[in-house]
Design a protein around this ligand. Structure first.
Ligand code: PLP
Length: 395
């Protein structure tokens, strides 16, 4: 018999993954080339060749007993040092190896930092639309997720609304830029203003409010858009990074947390996060992948392939009369439904073999998410289906 609490979680478990399964069933039924599955954020671009070379080099050249063993729960010192050095070079920060904790992807990192800081009943604020798993990650530690209403004209964070929900119980704010599902990137001004709101709330309540920046899409940006480094703007900022999307390695489960010295109780947080990584059962991030990514910190996936998809989809959908904010990063389009009910709209899209995720999965009804990390040819084949869908709704 499974736990009562788990029953609820299973019931509410990701619509997106259910759609992925459905996509496979539909492909078996109609033929894979006739199904247009835009449901999952699984990178379609291959990892850069440096990765395979780095894995081989690690296996060929590292000293015996080093590659496959346990290590410090935070990860190999030399890997953390290499990451700190790379960040400092790129962003003018001054991290040392002690500020870097290697994690099992962004998901692992978020769970580690939330376990580190949350007491039961603490509130964690995020901005709708948001990655649906945040709700589960916060609940894992007895916290409560509070979503700030979306500004659907821009999908930039609504700081006036944020101010209204902050209170003495607010322990953290999670942001995600570039954003899943909107593709929006937060500007320097936005981060500066966000920092001001949080600093003033910290003073008002006499508390620490940690800003957790979830950044698996940091490297996936278009038209030269800059993604400012948040620790420069706010003293209590923690960054969660992942190589899942930046190097197309989601199955390898590798990422890191940056916990700067400027944090309130930094030393204690760093030590506790180390323990959290162990006792959550991760123990440490996968050793071979730690050593491999440390050799590939300047490697890049072919972002141009995503950009080509973005241009074709955004251009076509807006021409057909659909509305969406042009994404600056990540690999998602968040399209407004021509009717209020996003689930109904997604169900009607399915009649044309289009698999789109209802916005309500991201706490933002009335929209659908289209993941364009797919084969370009599939997008081309899908366009007549989108055209039929537009016609059905009188666009
Ligand atoms: N955060 C966001 C916003 C995501 O979109 C994802 C994955 O899609 C994750 C975290 C989890 O990523 P990872 O594979 O690094 O655990």
């Amino acid at each position: 018999m499974i736990a009562e609490r788990m029953k609820e979680l299973v019931k509410g478990s990701s619509v997106i993954r259910a759609m992925f399964e459905e996509g496979k069933n539909m492909a078996a039924l109609y033929g894979a080339e006739n199904v247009y599955d835009f449901s999952l954020g699984n990178p379609s671009v291959e990892p850069p060749k440096e990765i395979a070379n780095a894995i081989k080099a690690v296996l060929d050249t590292e000293k015996p007993g080093f590659v496959h063993g346990y290590m410090n729960n935070a990860g190999y010192e030399e890997v953390r040092q290499a990451i700190a050095y790379s960040l400092n070079k790129r962003f003018g920060t001054s991290f040392g190896q002690k500020n870097i904790l290697m994690t099992v992807g962004a998901a692992g990192g978020l769970n580690v930092i939330l376990k580190t800081i949350l007491d039961p009943g603490d509130e964690v604020v995020t901005f709708a639309p948001y990655f649906g798993e945040y709700r589960n990650y916060v609940a894992n530690f007895g916290g409560k997720l509070v979503a700030v209403k979306p500004d659907t004209a821009t999908f930039q964070p609504d700081l006036a609304e944020l101010e209204k929900v902050l209170n003495k119980a607010t322990k953290a704010v999670i942001i995600n830029t570039p954003n899943n599902p909107t593709g929006v990137v937060y500007s320097k001004e936005t981060l500066e203003n966000l920092a001001k709101v949080l600093e003033s709330a910290e003073k008002r309540f006499g508390t620490s409010i940690y800003l957790v920046s979830d950044e698996p899409y940091r490297e996936l940006v278009y038209d030269g858009v800059e993604v400012p480094y948040v620790t420069k703007f706010y003293h209590n900022a923690v960054v969660g990074y992942s190589f899942s999307k930046s190097l197309s390695l989601p199955g390898e489960r590798i990422g890191y947390l940056v916990i700067p010295d400027t944090l309130d109780d930094a030393e204690e947080v760093i030590n506790a996060a180390n323990v959290a990584n162990r006792i959550l059962g991760f123990v440490n991030a996968p050793s071979l992948m730690q050593l491999a990514v440390a050799k590939c910190l300047d490697a890049k996936v072919n972002v141009d392939a995503y950009d080509k998809n973005r241009k074709l989809l955004y251009g076509t959908l807006t021409k057909l009369g659909f509305e969406c904010v042009k994404p600056d990063g990540a690999f998602y389009l968040f399209m407004k439904c021509p009717i209020e009910d996003d689930k109904e709209f997604a169900a009607r899209a399915k009649k044309y073999n289009l698999l789109l995720v209802p916005g309500s999965s991201f706490g933002c009804a009335g929209f659908v998410r289209i993941a364009y990390c797919v084969d370009h040819a599939m997008i081309e084949r899908s366009l007549p289906a989108f055209e039929k869908l537009a016609k059905e709704f009188g666009l």
